[in-house]
Design a protein around this ligand. Structure first.
Ligand code: FMN
Length: 213
């Protein structure tokens, strides 16, 4: 019998993504495994959206690998696994789990506790977001983008799409389910996350499936 594990991810763009962390608590992630996985062409062949999720938690290994694949640092220069226009690196990846909301710190490869409360139900309007072990939330910090406001929406959405595709490919490679979502109450979510002023948004969820018993 198949069991399904979910990661959902969403993106919202804000003028300033700064939040005050509840405490300095952080989770040290395992070293990412950069020599695993299916060949690229096979991962592309298997890439798809899935909305079947279970409550099973992701392993520490999967959590670490997933976040590194999504938006980790892959070069000594501090550049990332996904491109960003003019290297603004304006996207912050938040992780909503049962035990709380965390912010991915790519430099330290850690998760920093933001709110010790389960906000998964606020991350989308589809029922599975409440039980998915992980919802990734992509937040664009417009303060890091040196361009016209209209262009900020465009570039932050494009930059998020690259990160999201990395998540899709990692999930395809590891036999996990994911779906990116735009169906989100972004203003409501930004409030729950205590983000600063929200300007515009688009949201994506990613989920993943595990075939383990
Ligand atoms: C920008 C964007 C927003 C999306 N929003 C949602 C969503 O809110 N809910 C959902 O279930 N799927 C969402 N999807 C997933 C699409 O429905 C899915 O990619 C499409 O049906 C094609 O299926 P595939 O990903 O398996 O190829 C979204 C996809 C994109 C690219």
């Amino acid at each position: 019998m198949k069991k399904y594990v979910v990661i959902t991810a969403l993106i919202i763009s804000v003028l300033n993504s700064g939040v005050s962390a509840e405490s300095k608590q952080s989770i040290k992630l395992l070293k990412p495994q950069t020599s695993i996985g299916k060949p690229l062409m096979q991962a592309l062949k298997d890439r798809s959206s899935s909305r079947d999720f279970s409550t099973k938690e992701l392993s520490e290994k999967d959590l670490s690998n997933l976040l590194w694949a999504a938006w980790g640092i892959n070069r000594d220069s501090g550049l990332r696994t996904a491109p960003s226009a003019r290297n603004w690196q304006e996207i912050d990846v938040y992780v909503a789990m049962a035990k709380g909301l965390y912010l991915y710190n790519a430099e330290a490869h850690t998760l920093e506790l933001i709110i010790s409360k389960d906000i998964r139900k606020n991350t989308g309007q589809q029922a599975f977001v409440q039980i998915a072990p992980i919802n990734l939330i992509y937040v664009a910090d417009y303060n890091k983008m040196n361009c016209e406001d209209e262009e900020k929406k465009f570039y932050s959405a494009a930059n998020t799409a690259f990160i999201s595709q990395n998540v899709y490919l990692y999930c395809a490679s590891e036999g996990l389910a994911t779906v990116i979502r735009g169906l989100v109450d972004r203003k409501g979510l930004a409030k729950v996350m205590k983000l600063k002023k929200i300007a515009a948004c688009c949201l994506f969820p990613n989920g993943r499936i595990s075939n383990s018993e």
